[in-house]
Design a protein around this ligand. Structure first.
Ligand SMILES: [Zn+2]
Length: 310
């Protein structure tokens, strides 16, 4: 299948009231697992490369090229996205490599400065057909910032989207980056208010800290792109740790790497099933997707927030 654009994935999902899973890549095993999980679920997905991931590898091109190649050979639509780029130079480098979607993150800047630099980057990207996500109301958990109390104002969000021309907006509604427990409390009524005020798709960051039922509720309330990073890292590392504990003599990275990759693929498929519930199925009293979500919730502890191992 050819490389999918973000628009091709986001717009049908938004129209149907479904969420789109956007998963952060660390190494090639992550990217392979995310594509395998999407194929298992029969759902589109987004491979995301963050500026921090680029810093880890020391360069964008090797990991971006791997993601683009995997997306092109996937059996379901897969887009490649640059996540949390604070540097316009990195946005240009991604564009040169064929990455068709970027998040430009100027959320740490004062409002007017955020608008000015984001509008500039967006104009440049749109001239090249690149989809742009930006953030308003700094979401906690990155760079030492921990503020799950940050909130995006609906009126300011509408003004910001109009002033910058961005294609999607990441909003602060109660989640926080890098959470190891899944007990974040989302402000669902604020999601609905922002949804009514803003015409572009909304993006949930820090979704790893949100329990399954609240992810489905956030989609129903109006979120479309759901970014998930830490949850996959927990699953990958847990599987590798278990494998090495059981097989302490193993030295071949392919052995424990495959254990991590298989576990991430299953988790991606499971999360995509949760996100695809959407408003259409939510309206039904008993639907197959709803039953599937209910089964997951039961496995996690009869309606309790899923534990940190989930
Ligand atoms: Zn984020």
């Amino acid at each position: 299948m050819p490389l999918a654009s973000m628009t091709e994935i986001i717009e049908p999902a938004r129209a149907a009231g479904r969420g789109v899973g956007a998963f952060n890549v660390i190494g090639i095993e992550h990217a392979e697992a995310i594509v395998a999980g999407a194929e298992l679920a029969g759902a589109p997905a987004v491979l995301q490369i963050s500026e921090n991931c680029v810093a880890y590898h020391g360069a964008l091109e090797p990991i971006a090229s791997a993601c683009l190649a995997l997306a092109r050979s996937a059996a379901v639509p897969v887009a490649v996205h640059l996540d949390h780029a604070a540097s316009a130079e990195l946005v240009r480098a991604a564009a040169d490599l064929g990455v068709g979607s970027v998040m430009f993150d100027a959320s740490s800047l004062p409002y007017q400065e955020n608008v000015r630099v984001t509008a500039d980057v967006t104009e440049w990207c749109h001239g090249r057909g690149i989809w742009v996500e930006a953030e308003l109301g700094e979401i906690g958990g990155k760079n030492g910032v921990h503020s799950p109390v940050a909130r995006t104002d609906p009126g300011e969000a509408a003004e910001y989207v109009a002033a910058t021309g961005v294609d999607a907006l990441a909003v602060a509604i109660g989640s926080s980056h890098a959470m190891l427990t899944r007990d974040a409390v989302l402000d669902l009524s604020l999601i609905a208010s922002i949804r009514r005020a803003v015409s572009v798709p909304l993006v949930l960051h820090g979704s790893s800290g949100v329990p399954d039922r609240d992810l489905a509720a956030a989609v129903e309330a109006g979120m479309t792109k759901i970014n998930i990073a830490t949850q996959l890292n927990k699953v990958f590392t847990g599987a590798v740790r278990d494998y090495l504990s059981a097989e302490p003599a193993v030295v071949d990275p392919r052995r424990y790497g495959a254990a991590g990759r298989d576990a991430v693929a299953s988790e991606v498929a499971r999360l995509l099933d949760v996100l695809s519930a959407g408003s259409i199925v939510q309206e039904e009293t008993v639907g197959p997707r709803e039953l599937a979500v209910g089964t997951d919730a039961t496995a996690g502890g009869a309606g309790e927030p899923l534990s940190s191992v989930e």
